[in-house]
Each structure stands twice: as C-alpha cells, then as structure tokens.
Write a protein that binds this ligand. Structure first.
Ligand SMILES: Nc1ncnc2c1ncn2[C@@H]1O[C@H](COP(=O)(O)OP(=O)(O)OP(=O)(O)O)[C@@H](O)[C@H]1O
Ligand SMILES: CC(C)(CO)[C@@H](O)C(=O)[O-]
Ligand code: BAL
Length: 287
C-alpha cells in the first residue's frame, strides 16, 4: 500500500497502472476516522476492482459555519492500518491547499434532489460534496466508485451528477453497517457521551418500527410513518429532531400515499447534544 499526498503523484501512479493493466480502478472517497462501515466499502472495492484507491480528506467546502470542520475526528495511523487490512493499494491524503490552492470559483451544484433533508438543514453542503467528489473523480478517473447508503441523499446526488455530466463512472451503493445494538456506524459516534450513546438507539429502533408498520399495512401515508418515527424518537429526552421525512427514493419527491411509489426512504437527522446523527431505511412498497 502506498500513501500519496500530491495530485500529480497520484495521477502518474494511476496512469502507470492503466498502462500495464486492463483491470478496473475502484475508488472509495472518505473523510477518514475509518470504521467497519468504511471497511465494508473497501472490501467491496477490493472484490470488484483491480486497483483500489481510497481518499481521506476532510473537505472544508461541505461544512457550514459553526459545524464541526475543526474538531472532525482524525487518526491517520489507525486509518492506514484499517486500509492496509482491507487491501487498499493507494491512499490519497491531500492537504487542503493541495485540493484548493486558490479560492474555488467553480462549484458543482446538483439542484432539485438537494432541496430537502440534509440539503435543507445544511445549506451549501451538497455543493461542497458535489464539487469535491467531482474534483476527486477527475483526479482518480475510476471505473467504479463506492458510496454508503447511510448517506442515501449523497448517493442520489452523486448518481445524478454522474449522469448529468456524462462522467461514465459506475456508482456502487453499499448497505449501512450497524453496531451490534443497531446504531448506524459513523465517525461522529465518537462525540457521544455514554448516556447519549445509549439514547441514540431510538433512531434505529424507530426505523424498525416503521418497517414493521409498512409490512403490516397495505397502504399508508408518509405522514403516518413520520409521526410514528418522530414519536418514538421523542421517547428520548436528549433527542432534538432536525428532520424526519418519508419520500420516494431515489427521486426524493413527496408522495401522497404508498400506492403512488415503488421505493421509499424514511430519513432522519437528530441531534444529541452537539452531535448530529443521520440514519435512514429504504423500503420497496407494493403498488
Ligand atoms: N455505517 C456505514 N455503513 C456503510 N457505509 C458508511 C457508513 N458510514 C459511512 N459510510 C460511508 O463511507 C463513506 C465516507 O463517509 P464518511 O467518511 O463521511 O464517514 P461517516 O462515518 O459517515 O462520517 P460522518 O460522521 O461524517 O457521518 C460514505 O460513502 C459513507 O456513506
Ligand atoms: C463523499 C465525501 C468523502 C466527500 O467529501 C463525504 O461527503 C463523505 O465522507 O461521505
Ligand atoms: N458523510 C457525510 C459527510 C458530512 O457529514 O459532511
């Protein structure tokens, strides 16, 4: 495994690989502080691609004022061990000035899909994500890129960007990995106090309740599911709901009742103290 800091070095390393091999290049972009969720993406890339490229970059463009850019957790040594164990070939770890040597005057903005959920509660967030992912895609030029469905809106946004800009990269969505008790794995879980960590279980529990409701009803409205989920989350006195929304997936359009869509997402963002957690469940519903 090789660790690379400059764009020029990464480009020449990948060019070299392409010259000597006809196998595919797989890419996993991350912000580091890696956990089993990231490892599952890397293992999938390892199984499907000849060369596996991992990027670790905490992207300032996607953090709003007052968000946790400065204190976002970092542990390079542990990240490199996990990457090596997962079979990564190249780790790209650029500095902020390597990625943004001058003020960015070009922004990639995906409209429509970004007007709800995290796009509404984190203004500018998806412009920052689409811009950095598009830069990374141009640098790595992968055949496949692997993204976790924990960030399901991000998957929809990136798929739209790839389609609209004819990037010709296959986006591979990967399932959410959870702790044994159901909490979705996230680098930000490390911020939680012991009590917040216990109470955060209401998130995955509320999604399971919604799943049971969907399975036992032939038809339902999004509002029914939203109130069921919100009410369960409200059983925790520490939880402050940012949003709970049920939409069609991957269009992220509202629908009137379950007869009007095939696939739905139950998406939530909830704060415990200063820590904002997201989770979701995507379900197929009968027409
Ligand atoms: N529990 C998980 N299961 C599957 N994929 C995940 C999981 N957590 C993160 N990922 C995916 O890993 C990639 C990198 O995500 P990122 O580095 O932001 O990690 P994170 O744990 O989601 O951090 P954060 O605390 O910022 O949400 C994204 O595609 C993300 O969806
Ligand atoms: C895709 C990504 C690495 C872009 O900074 C980030 O949004 C993330 O970790 O999901
Ligand atoms: N995985 C999403 C990155 C962020 O929260 O900024």
């Amino acid at each position: 495994m090789e660790v690379i800091h400059s764009i020029a070095d990464l480009r020449s390393r990948i060019k070299d690989y392409r010259r000597k091999n006809d196998q595919s290049v797989g890419f996993v972009p991350t912000m580091g502080y890696l956990h089993e969720g990231h490892a599952s993406l890397l293992r999938k890339a390892r199984a499907q691609s000849g060369l596996v490229v991992l990027s670790i970059f905490v992207n300032p463009l996607q953090f709003g004022p007052g968000e946790d850019f400065e204190r976002y957790p970092r542990n390079t040594e542990r990240d490199l061990q996990l990457a090596e164990a997962a079979g990564v070939d190249l780790v790209f770890m650029p500095s902020v000035s390597e990625m943004y040597p001058s003020p960015t005057r070009t922004t990639v903005s995906v409209t429509g899909l970004t007007s709800r959920l995290c796009g509404a509660s984190r203004p500018g967030h998806f412009d920052g994500v689409a811009t950095v992912v598009s830069k990374l895609f141009h640098i790595v030029q992968p055949d496949q890129a692997f993204f976790g469905l924990k960030d399901a809106q991000q998957v929809a946004v990136i798929e739209q960007m790839v389609q609209d800009l004819n990037l010709g990269i296959e986006i591979v969505p990967c399932p959410i990995l959870r702790e044994a008790d159901g909490l979705a794995m996230s680098s930000r879980n490390v911020y939680l106090s012991e009590e917040e960590r216990k109470e955060a279980l209401v998130l995955s529990q509320s999604l399971q309740k919604a799943k049971a409701f969907v399975e036992s009803h032939t038809a339902f409205t999004p509002q029914e599911l939203e109130s069921l989920v919100s009410q369960h989350i409200a059983t925790s006195s520490l939880a402050i709901i940012d949003y709970v929304e049920v939409l069609a997936y991957p269009t992220l359009e509202p629908f009137k009742n379950s007869h009007h869509t095939h696939s739905i997402i139950i998406a939530l963002a909830v704060k415990f103290g200063k820590t904002r957690l997201i989770d979701n469940l995507i379900l197929q519903v009968g027409k």
